[in-house]
Design a protein around this ligand. Structure first.
Ligand SMILES: [Zn+2]
Length: 358
């Protein structure tokens, strides 16, 4: 069986004399790298991650150095999409594929091919130019956009109609809902919900005159009976991963298949997919970040690390001090060693309430 874990990179390093360097193999992304990226929930951690895996998405060229800030944004977009895939996998593993769970992600349901079918889409508002350029090149988005416009003109659709519907602007910019990654205005992004739930702040901060990269994930045309099911979640997962592993090349070593990735980005997506072979995904009871659990024996893993385990115990102590002992919130916070807001957020995540009527 071919396993894609820790695969080698494909001649990634080209130095300033245009000499290629074969990757030394001591530093290819692994499952630990995946965990580092998941844990990088602050700008500082994300920058540390990017520095360690620089260049993450771009490649060295003799005449151009990858831009570090751009690479940080690419890592950030990657993290967002990986969290989305992991949440979908958690929904599958924890039998939580309800309509509400899909809608919590920002899924839009729409009319299917027949009365008995329903389609679904997810959209992601990307932030990085290098990420967007890379995905567009690998998914041939420019030619998809061109043929989309040509199709309409061939069918005698007036140009004005395309403009009125927001697919084209006066300057010839195209928004194509069939391209994997296409550029949309703030107005369109808001009107058609072209973002994931949780991205509302980013949408609000956009300039009305700009155009922004939007990814489109098709969740299939499924029978209504299985519209909100494991099948739907897997449909999304395969489409998202599919868009991100286009840099995979199959080569051989000594005649045996040996897959190679073009960048750390692709390699990391292969690690993620590989981790789904024999694992389940759950959410940490404390911070809510996904945990990929494998080789589990005995007690079920509930926290991403010991810090989160200790925090959870403190939150329980806080709840007991308030609910059972009638302590004031601020006193309970002091006694349990945890800010009241943090404790309440953790408790809420686990369906517990504190008696804050006082
Ligand atoms: Zn945690």
């Amino acid at each position: 069986m071919v396993t894609f874990t820790e695969i080698e990179l494909h001649s990634q390093w080209i130095d300033f004399n245009e000499e290629e360097h074969t990757y030394k193999g001591t530093k290819t992304p692994s499952h630990e790298t995946l965990e580092e990226l998941i844990a990088a929930d602050t700008d500082k951690k994300l920058r540390e991650f990017t520095a360690q895996w620089f260049p993450f998405m771009d490649i060295w060229k003799s005449w151009e150095h990858p831009d570090f800030d751009e690479e940080v944004s690419a890592a950030s977009d990657t993290r967002d999409l990986m969290l989305l895939v992991l949440e979908l996998k958690r929904m599958i593993d924890e039998d939580d594929c309800s309509r509400e769970s899909f809608e919590n992600l920002g899924t839009e349901f729409g009319r299917g091919g027949t009365e008995k079918h329903e389609q679904a889409h997810l959209h992601y508002l990307a932030s990085s130019n290098s990420f967007s350029t890379y995905i567009r090149a690998n998914r041939h988005c420019e030619s998809v956009e061109q043929s989309f416009i040509e199709h309409y003109s061939d069918n005698h659709m007036a140009k004005q109609r395309l403009i009125d519907d927001g697919y084209l602007d006066e300057d010839g910019n195209i928004y194509c809902p069939f391209a994997t990654l296409t550029y949309a205005t703030k107005e369109l992004i808001e009107e058609r919900h072209l973002f994931l739930n949780g991205q509302e702040e980013r949408v609000k901060s956009l300039d009305p005159d700009g155009r922004y990269p939007v990814m489109n994930f098709f969740g299939g045309n499924l029978g209504k009976r299985i519209s909100c099911s494991i099948d739907r979640a897997y449909f999304f997962i395969d489409n998202i991963i599919g868009d991100c592993i286009q840099g995979l090349r199959i080569e051989t070593r000594d005649g045996i298949l040996a897959p190679k990735a073009d960048t750390n980005f692709t390699s990391l997506w292969l690690c993620l997919s590989d981790s789904f072979r024999e694992s389940r995904v759950t959410a940490c009871k404390t911070c809510g970040l996904p945990i990929i659990v494998s080789g589990e024996r005995g007690t079920k893993r509930l926290y991403c690390n010991d810090t989160c385990k200790r925090k959870y115990k403190r939150a329980l102590k806080f709840a007991s001090l308030v609910n059972d002992d009638g302590m004031e919130l601020q006193d309970a916070a002091k006694a349990s060693g945890m800010a009241a807001a943090t404790a309440m957020r953790i408790l809420e995540r686990n369906g517990m309430r504190v008696n804050s009527a006082q």
